[in-house]
Design a protein around this ligand. Structure first.
Ligand code: NAD
Length: 255
């Protein structure tokens, strides 16, 4: 597979907001937007990793700024969007990436835990879109890319609140695309399969699980964060200018 990344002129100088950009897939998305010449702002709770990423990209000559934010706190999220507007400019690309796939047995789930999982995996996607939409409309349009998950399509158990939230991301995508289409704001969902982030490797990648995955996938190779970042760039760019309300699964063809 070629290492070279396509260049998207329409992403140059765009103000891009990535949630959960401090590690995992989000980190790669931040890196790739910055390398396209976009002005990237990213939110995360991981301060050390995020500061290191922003410093490394700045040292490469790119524009990437970290804002500490717990996305469960919608007031804090809104304040960050305001700060980004005054620091960098109005956001015209939003990547709703942050989530947490903590496992939980059905019988252990309390109403409080359920609400907490919705807050970390779903609610902020809506409120981030709500916060940036007026600026996108004023700019003549924008793009929102929501990160879903194949987990619920594969019937994966052991985390019903996470899989419920992730299935709702597809419905959210279609609903927002309908409401925001008249303002030329596109809303697309990128749906990853099993992606080899550090968190997955540390917690769940075993030789048996890997063998199962490769048996199920059409492509007999592992999927990495860069495999997700590439289509996110494409859907955010003007190359995908006619595409909205759709979901694109990137899972190596897990049947
Ligand atoms: N890795 C996979 O196999 C996989 C599979 C399907 C879908 N996804 C989706 O891709 C996206 C990225 O997943 P990932 O694997 O990179 O996850 P990750 O856990 O490796 O990284 C998520 C990032 O979001 C941040 N984050 C989490 N909660 C936050 C909060 N409350 N406030 C601010 N930041 C917060 C984390 O600190 C972290 O930097 C998620 O939407 C996930 O559901 C991942």
């Amino acid at each position: 597979m070629a290492d070279a990344i396509a260049s998207y002129p329409s992403l140059k100088d765009r103000v891009v907001l990535v949630t959960g950009g401090g590690s995992g897939i989000g980190e790669e998305i931040v890196r790739q937007f910055a390398r396209q010449g976009a002005r990237v702002a990213f939110l995360d709770v991981k301060v050390k990793e995020s500061e290191a990423l922003a410093e490394a990209l700045t040292a490469e000559g790119h524009s990437a700024k970290f804002y500490e934010c717990d996305l469960k706190d919608i007031t804090a999220l809104r304040a960050c969007v305001d700060k980004i507007r005054s620091d960098i400019g109005p956001v015209t690309v939003l990547v709703n990436n942050a989530a947490n796939d903590q496992r939980h047995a059905m019988q252990d789930v309390t109403p409080e835990y359920w609400d907490d999982r919705m807050a970390v995996n779903l609610r902020h996607q809506f409120f981030a879109a709500q916060a940036v939409a007026p600026d996108m409309a004023a700019a003549g349009g924008g793009a929102i890319v929501n990160l879903g998950s194949v987990s619920w399509m594969l019937g994966q158990g052991g985390m019903p609140a996470y899989t419920t939230a992730k299935s709702a991301v597809m419905g959210l995508t279609r609903s927002l695309a309908t409401d925001l289409g008249p303002d030329n704001i596109r809303v697309v969902c990128v749906v990853p399969g099993w992606v080899m982030t550090q968190r997955q490797i540390d917690n769940w990648v075993t030789p048996e699980a890997e063998a199962d995955m490769l048996k199920g996938q059409c492509l007999k190779r592992k999927i990495y964060p860069i495999d997700i970042a590439r289509p996110v760039l494409f859907f955010a760019s003007d190359e995908a200018g006619g595409c909205t309300a759709q979901s694109c699964v990137i899972d190596g063809g897990w049947l």
